[in-house]
Design a protein around this ligand. Structure first.
Ligand code: PLP
Length: 378
């Protein structure tokens, strides 16, 4: 045992997330092989899907063709780290933040003619050229110019002297649906809008539309760039996603037993007394709860691993603690408990937590908050 490591561990609460940098790198390499010659924009929004923005960016910068974030603040954090890859800010723009993009060399998403004018004016004043990707709404109804009005935006952008149109993109609303008809329709609308460049004999900027679900299922959507998020973290975007790219979960969530007791029959466990046993059982308490992002809606459904076996969490999940029924299995103070990850031959997945919580894997990962220390494994 390394005493320095022991001392460091003793300072942390026993609940932490372990992120495997080698798995992140391997997942990105697998996605790149699958989509080549298309390039990969690595999506880092929401603290890199809970994995830690800074560590993930540093780890993947050498392999990433570009990064994508939701907020200008996330882009600034990356620039302050010294990240030099192109960074596309994908969210809607609050006009007062426009100068921040220019100062930090971040790429704008331009969703309308009005924003194009704001950006053109700001870039002219700043004495620089704005790097932009135009956003076409082909069926998401979130941000972007509607595909049936796109030509005016594409044309105006091409004529704006302080705007450099590096890309044009759109976003799928239903790439995870069983039926791909809506997704194909969006792709067709996107291609029809892009035909503007050929008609005008202008070079076509980088075209992108595919997220993780589409890059797995619809090769014709890869175009010049794919925007890969959840798959890079080793999680498939939806149940039944075809495993055309093999990835491994990069994040494990661990804790330890901090209390052991025997509970008598008919003595309900936790707030509201939603669970009790009809026989004597061993109950262990684990210091994690909804205050960390372990959703209360998983109460009496979630399972954890202890000594290589799966056990059910019982009673309401509290803010900082949960109880686990180990029946007559063995478990002692200090034993490792796996909330997400592998132990022995067993594995608990983000997809399972999503099912127990009635949500999607994305929300499970992004909910793990900064009360949970992240530890990085090479
Ligand atoms: C989050 C996001 C993505 C990545 O989606 P995944 O399903 O995680 O691959 C791609 N594009 C846009 C615009 C996004 O907001």
């Amino acid at each position: 045992m390394d005493p320095a490591h022991d001392a460091e561990e003793a300072r942390l609460r026993p609940t932490y997330a372990v992120v495997s940098l080698s798995r992140l790198r391997a997942n990105l390499a697998a996605v790149k092989r699958h989509v080549a010659p298309s390039r990969v924009m690595v999506i880092l929004k929401a603290n890199a899907y809970g994995h830690g923005l800074e560590a993930v960016a540093r780890c993947l910068a050498p392999q990433a063709d570009a990064f994508g974030v939701a907020l200008v603040e996330e882009g600034i954090t990356l620039r302050r780290l010294g990240i030099e890859n192109p960074i596309l800010v994908m969210g809607g723009i609050w006009t007062r933040q426009i100068p921040l993009f220019l100062e930090h060399g971040l790429t704008f998403t331009v969703p309308s003619l009005a924003r194009l004018r704001d950006i053109e004016d700001a870039a002219a004043t700043h004495g620089s050229t704005a790097r932009v990707h135009l956003k076409i709404d082909t069926g998401m109804e979130r941000i972007g110019v509607h595909h049936y009005h796109a030509e005016s935006l594409l044309e105006a952008a091409a004529r704006s002297p302080h705007v450099n149109v590096e890309g044009v993109y759109s976003h799928f609303a239903n790439a995870d649906a069983e039926d791909l008809a809506d997704t194909r329709k969006q792709l067709t609308r996107f291609e029809e809008a892009l035909a503007f460049y050929e008609r005008q004999s202008l070079p076509t900027p980088q075209r992108h539309i595919a997220n993780s679900a589409a890059l797995l299922r619809l090769p014709e959507s890869h175009l010049d760039v794919v925007r890969a998020g959840i798959l890079l973290y080793g999680v498939y975007p939806h149940a039944g996603a075809p495993r055309t790219v093999e990835v491994q979960p990069a994040l494990a969530w661990k804790s330890r037993v901090v209390f052991f007791k025997v509970t008598e029959p008919g003595h309900p466990v936790s707030y509201g007394g939603t669970w009790s046993s009809d026989h004597r059982v061993r109950i262990v308490t684990v210091p994690v709860g909804y205050g960390d992002g372990y959703f209360r809606s998983m109460s009496n459904k979630a399972e954890v691993l202890l000594r290589g076996r799966r056990y059910r969490q019982v009673g309401r999940i509290c803010m900082d603690q949960v109880m686990v029924n180990i029946e007559w299995g063995t478990g002692y103070n200090g034993d490792e408990v796996i909330l997400i990850g592998e132990q022995g031959d067993e594995r608990v997945t983000v997809e399972e937590l999503a099912q127990w919580a009635g949500t999607i894997p994305y929300e499970i990962l992004t909910a793990i908050n900064d009360r949970v220390p992240r530890i990085y494994e090479p």
